[in-house]
Design a binder for this molecule. Structure first.
Ligand code: AMP
Ligand code: MG
Length: 446
């Protein structure tokens, strides 16, 4: 980045230095939640539900046994003891999924499996451990396949303890009743919510989809990993880091390899990508150097007959990440964020601006990373430029409530970034922070 306020081109003229907060507010005001679609349960994971889901049938749908044991009439086992067990006639089996149920009359019982329907006449289940296991019909575990007629178990069983009515029975509707609100619109669908939807028989739901985010990097010096580096070349790390970050934020991310510093090529590439993009993120080419083609390319991309489109290139009162572009492109006014090229600058910019925008597209209420305060653990003061909000990389120690800077302020320090899990925020009006000072921290780890 060669840019600075003094070296800004004339077109910036009375150039405004945007605050981080104003730039973010501008982005969030322009980005709206995507229209809902119907998605299969597992495709809806992490998405925001847009409909209230009502329970169609009670859960459980029928009274059923919570134990392997014997379904009984309570009066038949009242007063049963080890010494004087109740002796009951076994009239059949009930396995989970059994369609045909034996009737349990006075002095009778049916062997029952966990989850099986409580047969008519029975009021409770005696766990098999409270019995002698029964005399006929084979082992309690070798039940017949679901749906078969009752039978199997026969003979007698001795029951050594009484049971209350409803004992070891999971009653119909004890989880949720038909007509109850299962999940409210606005709920983020995590694994337990997806489990509940399946349990009540819903195979698909209306949610806001994951946004499709196209990530492309620019720079003629960039080479893809696994290829040989020539003189003056470096590997394209931004497109990988940001694609991964977009995914992490909840997006379906498409990585487009690096585009050379040629405005026509870049413009054509972006136009090609618009078909699959709910948002476009570029890196590099937004400073004031001769090869900073993103500005040149984006001034006219696909918005010839649109009003209101276009990308605004700004300078922000922050470090790293001073030059930023934001706007919309193409007929659909697809939001585009043009981030600076330095790896740390682009990553920090992504965290601050792109991640919240992705989460806004998803319809999430809380678009921000968690913020907290920690004590600066450093052996010397950290310095920060006046008038700019600085974001330093740090390692957060939750137990100690402290944060240690990782690496320096250099925006090329990718190794340090890889060992950080937080950003240390040094406010605009602060030029130095002493060790031991309370600082604001943004957690960016998982
Ligand atoms: P630029 O903003 O395009 O001038 O890039 C600023 C610095 O970041 C230069 O040193 C670039 O080589 C470097 N850079 C730009 N894009 C990438 C990328 N995709 N991966 C790694 N480094 C990059
Ligand atoms: Mg470049």
């Amino acid at each position: 980045m060669s840019s600075s306020a003094e070296s800004a081109p004339a077109s910036y003229g009375h150039e405004r230095l945007w605050s981080v907060d104003d730039h973010l507010a501008d982005i969030l005001a322009a980005v709206h939640p995507l229209d809902p679609i119907e998605l299969q349960l597992l495709d809806a994971q992490g998405c925001v539900l847009v409909e209230d889901i009502t329970v169609p049938v009670a859960l459980p749908p029928f009274d059923n046994s919570s134990m392997d044991g014997y379904a009984v009439r309570t009066v038949d086992v009242a007063g049963a003891t080890e010494e004087f067990p109740a002796v009951l006639t076994v009239v059949g089996d009930v396995a989970a999924g059994s369609g045909v149920l034996p009737e349990v009359g006075p002095g009778e019982t049916a062997r029952i499996m966990t989850g099986a329907v409580l047969p008519p006449g029975a009021e409770a289940v005696v766990p098999v451990e409270w019995t002698d296991g029964g005399t006929g019909g084979g082992a309690a575990t070798s039940m017949r396949p679901a749906g078969e007629a009752p039978g199997g178990a026969s003979g007698e069983v001795r029951v050594y303890r009484p049971v209350e009515a409803g004992g070891y029975v999971r009653s119909r509707g004890s989880d949720v009743q038909a007509g109850d609100l299962a999940l409210e619109a606005g709920t983020v669908l995590g694994p337990p919510q997806i489990g509940l939807l399946a349990a009540i028989g819903r195979g698909s739901v209306r949610v806001r989809p994951r946004p499709r985010v196209v990530v492309l990097s620019t720079g003629s010096e960039l080479v893809q990993p696994d290829e040989l580096l020539g003189d003056g070349q470096i590997y394209d790390s931004n497109s990988f880091a940001l694609t991964a970050a977009a995914r992490d934020a909840g997006a379906i991310a498409y990585r487009v390899g690096a585009v050379t510093d040629d405005a026509d090529t870049l413009r054509a590439t972006i136009e090609d990508q618009l078909i699959r993009a709910d948002m476009v993120v570029t890196t590099g080419g937004v400073s004031v150097g001769a090869y900073d083609v993103v500005k040149e390319a984006l001034s006219s991309v696909g918005d010839e007959d649109e009003d209101g489109g276009g990308v605004d290139f700004r300078k922000l009162a922050m470090q790293p990440g001073k030059p930023q572009g934001f706007g919309s492109i193409g007929r659909e006014h697809t939001p585009l964020l043009a981030l600076p090229g330095n790896p740390v600058s682009s990553y920090v910019s992504f965290e601050l601006f792109v991640r919240p925008a992705i989460r806004r597209l998803m319809g999430l209420e809380d678009v921000h990373r968690p913020k907290l305060h920690a004590t600066l653990a450093a052996d010397k003061p950290i310095s920060s430029p006046a008038g700019r909000r600085q974001f330093l990389r740090g390692a957060y120690d939750a137990e100690a409530g402290s944060i240690t800077p990782v690496g320096g302020a250099g925006s090329h320090l990718v190794a340090a970034l890889a060992h950080a899990d937080a950003l240390i925020v040094v406010p605009e009006d602060s030029v130095s922070v002493e060790p031991g000072t309370d600082v604001e921290v943004v957690l960016i780890g998982r």
